[in-house]
Design a protein around this ligand. Structure first.
Ligand SMILES: [Zn+2]
Length: 84
């Protein structure tokens, strides 16, 4: 189940960060985190195909960014029990 709150945070960053950051001096770790969040669950980070028993492609699941600051990655990690 997707979190509406998580999606809105990620979509807000994705929408406004590129223009907002263009004229600002940001620390490298902030840039790296924002870049990963912007690319999270997009084709830029690759994808895996899920197939049915007949071998047809049923779903395309885009890879998460795996950055600890990303709300989408954090929700998925908590759901799968990956966090300490
Ligand atoms: Zn992510």
């Amino acid at each position: 189940m997707k979190s509406v709150e998580t999606d809105s945070v990620c979509s807000t960053i994705r929408r406004f960060y590129p223009g907002w950051s263009r004229y600002r001096r940001l620390r490298a770790d902030v840039k790296r985190a924002a870049s990963r969040i912007v690319d999270c669950r997009t084709s830029r980070l690759g994808a895996r195909l899920e197939r049915c028993q007949c071998g047809h492609i049923c779903h395309i699941k885009y890879n998460s960014c795996r950055h600890r600051s990303c709300p989408r990655t954090r929700v998925a990690s908590e759901r799968n029990g990956w966090l300490d």
